[in-house]
Ligand binder design. Sequence first.
Ligand code: NAD
Length: 260
Amino acid sequence: QLSGKVAVVTGSTSGIGQGIAQALASAGADVMLNGFGDKSEIEAMLEHLREAYGTRVGYSAADMTKPAEITAMIEAATHELGRVDILVNNAGIQHTSPLETFPPEQWDAIIAINLSSAFHTTRAALPQMRERNWGRIINIASAHGLVGSAQKSAYVAAKHGIVGLTKVTGLETAESGVTCNAICPGWVLTPLVKKQIEARAQREGKSIEDAERDLLREKQPSLQFVTPEQLGGLAVFLCSPAADQMRGQILSMDGGWTAG
Ligand code: NAD
């Protein structure tokens, strides 16, 4: 289905990005991974993708806070894998704190990684997508791109921002074969959320299981986590011809979080 296409997935050494990279590879795409982590673990991930799906894979250690490294990552993918057809802007971090004590350097890092990096990757990859008149840009926003939560000022601002960027990218490419849409996941049990569950368990003197249940009960009516595999399935759908006319859309997969 996606054979001959090349995908770059930012922040794909863990969690949702890893799930999406795997789903795209399983649909036949060559994939460039990006993100931090243990060298041998990343090497094992690359080997797994190569062996399981027979696709070509690459890796870029580009830091999503550094525009020059971001541009170099798109150039490296184009050079090593031949082109960039699918761009998934997924890298993201979280920090929770009330506004008055929110560390300004955390604010800057969250805006840079969760929002600005998508601008830099998009502007670097768009010209070649336009040239071939085919491209898919998928921005991983969040339920927090649509609604707020206390203690998450930078994250909610960045996610609302990427929702806006998605709409503008969708409009500017509307007459071309390039589409841009956003996915808004609810809670997914990744390291980013495990950290919040652990903090909650400690703060409230509860077990991890209880803290997990409370976290879901507070926001996610299904009381179940969304999985990286489910999000990967939606990303593959967005790359299919059935999604040719989905443009600038904000798609929730959140167990009902934003339905209420
Ligand atoms: P995660 O912590 O499991 O993975 C984050 C990835 O981003 C890792 O590969 C990490 O190495 C990479 N990364 C972090 N800083 C980076 C930087 N400066 N440069 C390059 N890579 C960097 O988190 P996750 O939960 O899989 O989150 C992925 C995306 O999904 C984020 O944008 C997050 O906001 C969003 N999201 C997550 C949830 C959830 O419940 N987990 C819900 C909604 C949205």
